[in-house]
Design a protein around this ligand. Structure first.
Ligand SMILES: [Zn+2]
Ligand SMILES: [Zn+2]
Length: 112
């Protein structure tokens, strides 16, 4: 696997692929299912092993959707970063939190 390749690398014929994907899906956004999408998104993002294959590409709203006003690409990217962080939390052990008994300040020992 070519992990050395940057996540943002796009194939040289990206613009052509993008136009083909937009046309194939009639500009229907794959997030909100409305028309007018002008950007192409990796359904499974590249960070998670998604390919540039047309099967993994679908139109998405980069600018606010003319129908529902959602910026689907922004929403999806944000959701993905939350999911990625959650996944990291599952695989990477978090530093152990102090035991509740240690955390509790001794309010009675102030000398009153
Ligand atoms: Zn959309
Ligand atoms: Zn929409």
């Amino acid at each position: 696997m070519a992990w050395s390749r940057s996540k943002h690398t796009q194939p040289p014929d990206w613009r052509r692929r993008k136009a083909a994907v937009l046309a194939a899906h009639a500009h229907l956004c794959h997030v909100c299912r409305h028309g007018g999408a002008e950007q192409v998104d990796h359904v499974l993002n590249q960070a998670r092993g998604g390919s540039d294959h047309p099967d993994n590409l679908a139109p998405i709203h980069q600018a606010p959707c003319p129908t529902c006003g959602q910026r689907c690409h922004v929403v999806k990217t944000a959701a993905e970063s939350v999911a990625a962080r959650a996944a990291q939390g599952l695989t990477r052990k978090r530093p152990t939190e102090p035991h509740p008994s240690e955390k509790r300040c001794d309010t009675t020992g102030v000398g009153r």
